[in-house]
Design a protein around this ligand. Structure first.
Ligand code: FAD
Ligand code: 2HG
Ligand code: ZN
Length: 480
């Protein structure tokens, strides 16, 4: 693939043979052992069409026991594997680099239990996020996470990437919301950590190792997750700000004045809006045409319609009077709210349509976050378009560089500058997407050598042959 260059296949891994295929057919049944070319082509290719592997086999286990048998066998044969969920990952972590066997738990898509008193949902890892959202909606609950890829991503993939998304500001990260999980280790051992307790301080909390480890320590097969009740009153405002400083002040004011009802605070710059308008079907700017440099989407979620509305209106009035916002609308119905959300959520897709896309997912101190964007524009001049948006409420910038095609001259202007800048400002080079293949060798920009060494030791302990998602997350040189 375009970026999977410079890495060599690890020669200690075996190559698939006909005995392997026969074994898998025996344990999984013919139809769950996929060798069909079209299906493999899409499973080998990532969402951005930037990374492409050459796997000859996709396995679809239906139970934890089947996952265990597959891994036990692969480990004994030294066959490398890649766990894949909805394949919506943005760092090349979900596709093979070479010929790794792809394991997808999409057939494990049952809800196991739901406790409507505590809101605790236990389900299999292959459940698609949007299906869980609908399941809960019918019961008066919501998922604590939401993201643009909800129609395809699996909860197992979300947990494995510790996905952040649009509601983290309100409900916190999956490290807080996931109460338990079941995972299968490289040697086939099943780790049952599927607790449903809010509090459990018995020894090391091992589930956290699997949350955000991007399939490098084993395969997540079941998840237990705390879900919040669905509240009756949701408002969405779409606002314009003249400069980045106003966006920042608006965030502070929103936290102070909207307090407990604030549920999302997203921002996009005018370059993002232009991209959405030209590449997303049916999208129009809900604000009258004028020179707006920044847009902010604020969502409130509460339980009292008139109180929430009053609170939001008072906040907007004071922000308008204080000059923090230059224009804005409050969505009048669900359709308008979802079309406003679509502008923000559609940006990754708009970027794909626009051509080549260099993607950086950074945590930075909010007050400095946009300086990087401006410096990047100066560096790139007319070579490419710099587009910035993200979860401002969480200090998470999505810096995207869009160009007609991939070009080494552009990349040389971006890297290592972007990583050095982030490191110097004590930011994170992966806020929520993970390291995958793209940033496995960049981890030291955000973590100390001692921390990375410990990670490598954990990887070796849990997966001594290194068969699970090789070449990803950690630098190869540190785990051999
Ligand atoms: P995949 O892409 O299939 O896999 C991702 C990683 O997890 C890989 O390393 C894979 O090996 C591993 N993995 C998958 N399933 C398992 C499993 N069962 N056990 C062990 N390892 C596994 N991310 C955010 O954080 N916030 C966002 O707001 C957000 N928005 C997005 C919007 C769009 C349009 C797109 C395309 C992506 C977005 N993402 C976002 C990135 C991506 O959707 C998330 O990382 C998502 O959690 C990945 O889930 P998935 O099932 O598609 O996993
Ligand atoms: C989002 O917040 C996703 O929309 C994707 O995390 C970010 O496209 C990106 O860079
Ligand atoms: Zn995001």
């Amino acid at each position: 693939g375009a970026t999977a260059t410079k890495i060599e296949r690890n020669s200690k891994f075996a190559t698939l043979n006909s005995n392997d295929i026969s074994y898998f057919k025996e344990i999984l049944g013919e139809k769950n052992v996929i060798q069909d070319e079209d299906t493999l082509l899409s499973a080998n290719t990532d969402w951005m069409h930037k990374y492409r592997g050459s796997s000859k086999l996709l396995l679809l286990p239906r139970t934890t026991e089947e996952v265990s048998s597959i891994l036990k066998y692969c480990n004994s044969r030294c066959l490398a594997v890649v766990p894949q969920g909805g394949n919506t990952g943005l760092v090349g972590g979900s596709v093979p680099v070479f010929d790794e066997v792809i394991i997808n738990v999409s057939s494990m898509n049952n809800v196991i239990s739901f406790d409507k008193v505590s809101g605790i949902l236990v389900c299999e890892a292959g459940c698609i996020l949007e299906n869980l959202i609908s399941f809960l909606d019918n019961r008066g609950f919501i998922m604590p996470l939401d993201l643009g890829a909800k129609g395809s991503c699996q909860i197992g993939g979300n947990v494995s990437t510790n996905a952040g998304g649009l509601r983290l500001l309100r409900y916190g990260s999956l490290h807080g919301n996931v109460l338990g999980l079941e995972a299968v280790l490289a040697n086939g051992e099943v780790l049952d950590m599927l607790g449903t307790l809010r509090k459990d301080n018995t020894g090391y909390d091992l589930k956290h190792l699997f949350i955000g480890s991007e399939g490098s320590l084993g395969i997540v097969t079941k998840v237990s997750i705390l879900t919040p009740p669905k509240l009756s009153s949701v408002n969405v405002a779409f606002l314009a700000c003249k400069d980045y400083f106003s966006c920042q002040k608006l965030l502070l004011e929103a936290k102070r004045k909207l307090g407990e009802i604030l549920s999302a605070f997203e921002f996009l710059d005018e370059q993002s809006m232009a991209l959405a308008l030209s590449h997303l079907e049916g999208v129009r700017n809900p604000l009258p045409p004028s020179l707006h440099n920044f847009y902010v989407l604020i969502e409130t979620t509460g339980s009292n319609e008139s109180y929430d509305r009053e609170k939001l209106e008072a906040f907007l009035l004071s922000a308008m009077e204080g000059g923090l916002i230059s224009d804005g609308i409050v969505a009048q119905d669900i359709q308008q709210a979802s079309s406003v959300w679509h502008i923000r959520e559609g940006l990754p897709e708009a970027l794909i349509k626009a051509g080549a896309n260099y993607k950086y997912d950074l945590s930075l101190p909010v007050e400095k976050l946009y300086n990087l964007v401006e410096e990047m524009r100066t560096r790139l001049e007319n070579l490419a378009t710099v587009v910035a948006y993200g979860h401002l409420g969480d200090g998470n910038l999505h810096l995207n560089i869009s160009a007609p095609q991939y070009d080494d001259a552009i990349l040389a202007q971006i890297e290592p500058f972007v990583y050095e800048w982030t490191s110097k400002n004590r930011g994170s080079i992966s806020a929520e997407h993970g390291l995958g293949l793209m940033k496995a060798n960049k981890i030291l920009y955000s973590k100390s050598p001692a921390a990375v060494n410990l990670m490598a030791s954990i990887k070796k302990l849990l997966d001594p042959n290194g068969i699970v998602n090789p070449y990803k997350v950690l630098p190869q040189s540190m785990i051999h």
